[in-house]
Design a protein around this ligand. Structure first.
Ligand code: NAD
Length: 422
């Protein structure tokens, strides 16, 4: 099929590249000229495992094209995916500026029948609005994206389910055919339900993390181990073991904003959502909790603190709403000198932080440290040479619970973590 993708970010690029890999003709459109030029040079300005290789091979095979020109990009497209950003406004509601702009341009330039697919995460009834705008021009469908940064290619090809929300049989037929090779259960719904499936899923996952963090605080007070507790909880199939890791809290470009947006939607519809309010509050407090562990260990003023991990999660260069960045700013406000290391996210973190000394080597970042904080659970931190850490400092605050507390204490570390401080 001929597919146009509007918005070549994490979601748009992954969707475009993976559909190209499946044999479709893809044009990825983005407003940012430098981004499009980078792709055309065979570079991939977004890091995610496996993505750059697929960009290069599909671009070479001419199944994947890039443009800044939306009018050209949607010419002949049977499917037009909207994958633009939907950031949060200051009041927590979703800012739909980019969606509106994309729809306006589609309305202006579309000169043939097409299905416009809303893939960005939006509040319920946004697609109804799009449908009204494009009436008699296109059919509209909602096809929310569930991929996770860090495993986006893997997630695209192996989703748990695909959601297709539309009241158009034609749109439903085209999308069902598109996704057929993935051999995955497809849920066919109306537009509104498809949007709420995405909102409710993300908020539920955020809730699981906050729940684990809440229980972690009790474990610390009551001398229990949250790791063991959540393993026991998660073995119940009705609950599931994923997303029950206690730590510094969730971040990223999705959970924080999607939860707030969902809360705003409840408010607009006069439905009490204090449950979600609690989820958000716990997450905000979680950085404070890790900070309190640091301060219990030393007075941070004028001390050198090395922060391991800047990305909001492993295997990505994305630092949007990263708890690590929040923590670093709080440490600096208290007078700490911060050194930091991340395998992929330093360039992005430089745009968010000032007066941080960045290192390309984790062991060099440790030199002269008074204390180390683990803020992202990159696999390479789990296998670090603990003796090399100890040569610099014995004070480790493990904001991601990556080390074994008994072992750390046995090695003489002044070690604190989240919910395992028996
Ligand atoms: P992103 O910010 O990485 O990319 C969005 C891109 O859209 C940007 O490159 C921007 O320049 C481009 N853009 C904006 N308006 C445009 C227009 N009118 N024409 C062409 N390009 C335009 O965003 P993302 O992380 O890919 O997220 C996109 C959407 O998908 C959001 O709604 C997000 O909530 C949702 N989502 C994200 C993830 C994730 O892991 N990042 C997962 C699932 C869903």
């Amino acid at each position: 099929m001929k597919v146009a993708i509007i918005g070549t970010g994490y979601v748009g690029l992954t969707t475009g590249v993976c559909l190209a890999e499946m044999g479709h003709d893809i044009i990825c459109i983005d407003k940012i000229k430098s981004k499009i030029e980078a792709f055309e040079k065979g570079e991939c300005p977004i890091y995610d495992p496996g993505l750059p290789e697929l960009v290069v091979s599909n671009y070479r095979e001419k199944r994947l094209l890039f443009t800044t020109n939306l009018k050209e990009g949607i010419k002949n497209a049977e499917l037009i995916f909207i994958c633009v950003g939907t950031p949060a406004k200051a009041n927590g509601e979703t800012d739909l500026t980019y969606i509106k702009q994309a729809v306006k341009e589609i309305k202006e330039y579309l000169d043939h029948y097409a299905v416009v697919v809303q893939k960005s995460t939006v509040p319920v009834q946004t697609a109804q609005w799009i449908k009204q705008q494009l009436i008699e021009k296109a059919d509209v469908a909602v096809n929310p994206e569930f991929l996770r940064e860090g495993t986006s290619v893997q997630d695209f090809f192996n989703p748990d389910r695909i959601v297709i929300g539309t009241d158009s049989a034609r749109a439903n037929g085209l999308l069902t055919e598109l996704y057929k090779p993935l051999n995955t259960p497809i849920i066919h719904t109306d537009l509104n339900s498809a949007e709420i499936i995405k909102n409710a899923s993300n908020s539920f996952l955020a809730m699981k993390i906050s729940y684990a963090n809440l229980v972690a605080k009790l474990c610390d007070k009551a001398k229990a181990d949250v790791h063991t507790v959540m393993a026991g909880v998660g073995m119940d199939k009705r609950i599931g073991k994923e997303f029950l890791d206690a730590g510094i809290g969730y971040g990223g470009s999705c959970f924080p904003k999607d939860l707030e947006s969902f809360e705003a939607t409840f408010k607009q519809h006069n439905v009490d959502a204090s449950l979600l309010d609690g989820v958000r509050k716990i997450n905000t407090e979680q950085v404070e909790y890790v900070l309190s562990l640091v301060e219990k260990t030393l007075d941070v003023k004028d001390k050198v603190i090395t922060v391991l991990g800047l990305a909001f999660k492993p295997n990505t260069d994305d630092v949007r709403m990263s708890q690590s960045i929040v923590l670093i700013k709080k440490l600096q406000a208290k007078g700490a000198k911060v050194k930091a290391y991340d395998p992929k996210a330093i360039e992005n973190a430089k745009k968010e932080l000032e007066n941080v000394e960045f290192f390309e080597d984790k062991y060099l970042a440790l030199k002269g440290a008074d204390l180390v904080v683990v803020a992202t659970n990159w696999p390479e931190f789990k296998t670090m040479d603990l003796y090399k850490i100890k040569e610099q400092t014995n004070k480790v605050i493990d904001g991601r619970n990556i080390f074994d507390p008994e072992r750390m204490k046995g090695l003489g570390f002044d070690y604190k973590c989240v919910g395992r401080n028996k």
